[in-house]
Write a protein that binds this ligand. Structure first.
Ligand SMILES: Nc1ncnc2c1ncn2[C@@H]1O[C@H](COP(=O)(O)OP(=O)(O)OP(=O)(O)O)[C@@H](O)[C@H]1O
Ligand SMILES: [Mg+2]
Length: 371
């Protein structure tokens, strides 16, 4: 069996950085493993050593002690320029060259690598398309783009030589929340296709939870408080610092990561059209409600109040109202909870396309949080 250690694309072993003339280390005995094709997010307060950690991975900064291994090789033993070409780097504050056009900025690494003009141009066009910029932006200067567009140029530049490893320092930091969210979605979409091993730095815990396969929470002094997949961390924060950093809506954040697909659905107060009125009374009692729904196989036919049973001879002849509180199975439990709390129904019906799968109540959803 392959041990998880040798699977790691990036491995930090007790890495420490103490800048000359400082009392405390910027990074203190940091150990982390990032498996190939995953996104690890470093998050923590300003000055906790995030940028220092990134820069040690591509040796812009030399560690004081400890070991960093990328793709099985110790970075201290690798040729520096070769190492950096194999690692795309998106620097904090984007750092585009202001007197170079967008095309020239993107071509920075291909130029260093001595690619010919045709190949470089082809790659520029390809990347402009990948990060969803307009072809006409090629010949503009960074000052002639919006903040969000500049961020995308920064990402395109880092991707230029198709490096297997990307280091991204607050890549979406300088834009408003809406553009930021759109850039994050694009980024995840891109990552599904490109499968890079990525270390991404952010201040924003929600961004970390959304983007990270694993999240490392750092504290001032470069101390690692916890390193775990976000849903594990939300369920079980290692200590008070982590719990505090995750925020008081930790349970809701976790629900936002849990797909309905993996949840245990309820039968709900649902009967078949062939059911006896007594069956309807029984399910209403079981769920403590005064309404019931009718489903025939995978078709949810509708619902009726319990009082409808008083006058009808059987379930089939009861006029049904459409069941409007519904959610797709591809949504998260947070969205399901939202469907419940923003409607009057105590349960949301779950559908896969037109197929009815079952019900979810707020109570059921809250039980999924602790699992
Ligand atoms: N060249 C340097 N010399 C001395 N101290 C430094 C140097 N660079 C960074 N530091 C210190 O090391 C610590 C970590 O800095 P770093 O830039 O890694 O933090 P960060 O987590 O990226 O912060 P931010 O979120 O503000 O970008 C800080 O206390 C900083 O002042
Ligand atoms: Mg920084």
């Amino acid at each position: 069996m392959v041990s998880p250690v040798s699977d790691a694309m990036i491995r930090l072993e007790a890495v420490t950085k103490q800048y000359p003339g400082t009392m405390t280390p910027a990074v203190d005995e940091l150990s982390l493993e990032i498996p190939e094709g995953e996104i690890a997010v470093l998050v923590g307060p300003s000055g906790c050593g995030k940028t220092t950690t990134l820069k040690m991975i591509n040796r812009l900064i030399e560690p004081t002690s400890g070991e960093i291994v990328v793709a099985g090789e110790r970075v201290t033993e690798m040729d520096q320029s070769e190492l950096r070409r194999g690692i795309g780097y998106v620097i904090q504050q984007i750092g585009l060259f202001p007197h170079r056009t967008i095309a020239e900025n993107i071509a920075t690494v291909p130029k260093l690598l001595g690619w010919d003009k045709a190949r470089t141009n082809e790659r520029i066009d390809e990347l402009i398309d990948v990060v969803q910029l307009e072809p006409e932006m090629r010949d503009r200067y960074p000052a002639e783009l919006s903040g969000g567009q500049r961020q995308r140029v920064g990402v395109a530049r880092a991707l230029a030589a198709d490096p297997p490893v990307m280091l991204m320092d607050e890549p979406f930091g300088a834009v408003d929340p809406i553009v930021r969210s759109a850039l994050q979605d694009q980024f995840l979409d891109l990552q599904h296709r490109l499968n890079k091993t990525i270390v991404l730095v952010t201040h924003d815990i929600d961004e970390a939870i959304k983007l990270g396969d694993r999240v490392a929470i750092l504290n001032v002094g470069g101390i690692l408080e916890q390193y775990a997949p976000p849903s594990d961390m939300l369920r079980e924060p290692a200590n008070a610092f982590v719990a505090d950093f995750l925020g008081s809506d930790r349970g809701l954040k976790r629900l936002g990561l849990l797909p309905i697909r993996n949840a245990n659905l309820e039968m709900g107060p649902v009967v078949a059209p062939t059911a006896h009125p007594q069956d309807a009374h029984r399910v209403m009692e079981q769920y403590g409600v005064d309404w019931f729904a009718v489903a025939e196989g995978k078709r949810l036919l509708g619902w009726a109040p319990g009082t409808a049973l008083e006058t009808a001879p059987d379930v089939r002849s009861i006029p049904l109202q459409p069941y409007r509180t519904r959610i797709d199975v591809g949504s998260t439990l947070k969205e399901a909870l939202d469907a419940v709390v923003s409607s009057r129904a105590p349960m949301t019906a779950v559908f896969d396309g037109d197929d009815y799968l079952g019900m979810l109540s707020a109570d059921r959803i809250s039980r999924e949080i602790v699992q």
